[in-house]
Design a binder for this molecule. Structure first.
Ligand code: SF4
Length: 486
């Protein structure tokens, strides 16, 4: 754009710009910034319907249906497509101003009829954006009316979730949608004394398909039959064989329906499954457990021992060997992480896992930032930090965003940041590396395929972190310290 076409609203001298640039790195600015509550800058979370879409996509033949604005639906789809570099099928009834005034029933009806006619889904989960939530659209009656009018088949599963983004984040949308789908599919399926003998495993909101595959691989090694509920691994990583598949992978609907008669159910995340697990505790057969994500050796041990206990299995030698290799790799790399200070941000369950791993490695999770979390979470994190001498002096901040985190790292520096792509501005300003773990990762390739859970995940993470610090040492050391061996 030419200078003439660009009319600036305000003009600032270069000196003024430099002055402010320096000021935002000071203690004085940090104090004002950390007191900020009403305004959010670069939050480390996405909105509720995005989480709902991850679940709605992760069942066989399921077509996610967004009731709301087209722009919101494009944001969810493009975020998944950028993260996984895969198509992300979803449809939307594109509410506009008239829908906002008169209600969105007409949009929903026309949209559902079109979507069903064109794409013949086996299930069409519906979830909302902010607009219909603000005006109070009644999804229960809208969907019932659509079926009564014969716009969609009476027996088409259409679970729905209210996912207002002005309240909660993507993990809450995930929870609400999963709860609704399981309630719908398992209705009248519970049979007294029937047991499928299977484990139901709920990964939670996890953008790393490698993690989901790692859970399944561990179950296979332990000879435990399982159903993964909301299995996005094939949906978002289906391979390229020259043929477009509208509905690749996902949990089979019959398996999801039968999950209510399972032998045990394990949720691999606590904070993204709170309501779902309440329902499962009340309605499902078998044992129910909520495990911390198995980051590092200790938490992976807990997961595997829990599986062994629930299913009466021995831990196979292959997993014991893997564990031994992970401990060996941690010992080899320990010196490069030991004492390093790191800022960690992301979803509550991820952050708990990462902090636990860092403490095992003798690294210091100096700042822990979660941009939407409860006091209960903070209490859990503080207790975790207190379990290790490396947690001393570390601070957990809840309901703070990445602009808050910037002030922290600019005034009391750390060696690196762990989190998703949103952290790259802070990392750039602070001239420290960003280790990309979390969702979304939209500026690097294939990290979503590399597990960070299990023994394999521990090796992957420590290799990524230690090797980057070694790179930095090579790039910045004086000539006499440039060594072949590190
Ligand atoms: S916050 Fe609301 S308006 Fe914005 S993208 Fe999410 S659903 Fe749409």
């Amino acid at each position: 754009m030419s200078e003439a076409a660009l009319r600036k609203v305000t003009e600032h001298t270069p000196e003024e710009i430099e002055k402010v640039k320096a000021w935002i790195n000071t203690e004085e600015y940090k104090e004002k910034n950390m007191a900020r509550e009403a305004l959010v800058v670069n939050p480390a979370h996405a909105c509720q319907p995005l989480g709902a879409q991850m679940v709605a996509t992760s069942f066989e033949g399921s077509l996610p249906f967004v009731h709301g604005s087209q722009g919101c639906a494009s944001y969810f789809r493009s975020t998944f497509t950028r993260h996984y570099r895969e198509p992300s099928a979803a449809t939307c009834d594109a509410m506009t101003e008239d829908g906002a005034v008169f209600g969105g029933q007409n949009n929903l009806h026309e949209g559902m009829e079109n979507a069903y006619t064109l794409y013949k889904p086996k299930m069409m989960p519906v979830y909302t954006t902010c607009m219909p939530e603000v005006i109070g659209d009644d999804l229960t009656s809208f969907i019932r009316n659509a079926k009564q009018k014969g716009l969609i088949p009476e027996d088409l599963p259409t679970p729905y979730a209210n996912t207002p983004s002005f309240n909660g984040t993507h993990i809450h949308g995930y929870d609400s949608m999963l709860l609704s789908i399981l309630k719908d599919l398992t209705k009248d399926q519970r049979v007294e004394d029937k047991c499928t003998g299977k484990l139901n495993i709920i990964p939670g909101f996890d953008g790393n398909v490698g993690n989901l595959r790692e859970y399944k691989r561990i179950c296979d090694l332990m000879d435990i039959p399982y159903t993964m509920l909301a299995d996005s691994s094939e949906v978002f990583d289906s391979g390229c064989d020259g043929e477009y598949k509208m509905y690749p992978g996902g949990t089979k609907l019959e398996d999801a329906a039968e999950s209510i008669n399972g032998k045990a159910t394990i949720a691999m995340q606590k904070y993204s499954t709170l309501h779902t697990m309440k329902f499962i505790n009340a309605e499902y057969a078998g044992a129910k457990e909520v495990m911390p994500m198995p980051f590092g050796v200790k938490k992976t041990d807990e997961f595997i021992l829990k599986l062994a206990e629930l299913f009466g299995k021995e831990v196979p030698q292959e997993l014991k060997d893997e564990r031994a290799r992970a401990v060996d790799a941690m010992t080899d790399a320990h010196q490069y992480l030991h004492g390093k200070k790191l800022a960690v941000f992301g979803d509550p369950d991820y952050v708990i896992g990462i902090v636990s791993f860092l403490l095992e490695m003798g690294a210091r999770p100096w700042y822990v930032v979660v941009s939407r979390a409860t006091k209960k979470f903070k209490k859990e994190m503080d207790a975790l930090l207190e379990t290790s001498m490396y947690g001393e002096g570390c601070t957990c901040y809840i309901n703070k965003d990445l602009w808050h985190m910037r002030s922290l790292v600019m005034t009391d520096p750390v060696d690196g940041i762990i989190g998703d792509t949103h952290g790259k501005w802070v990392a750039r300003d602070a001239k420290i590396p960003l280790f990309r773990i979390g969702f979304p990762i939209i500026d690097r390739v294939n990290l979503h395929r590399s597990p960070v859970v299990g023994y394999t995940g521990a090796i992957n993470m420590l290799s990524m972190i230690a090797n980057k610090f070694l790179d930095i040492m090579d790039e910045t050391c004086e000539d006499q310290w440039f060594e072949m061996m590190r």
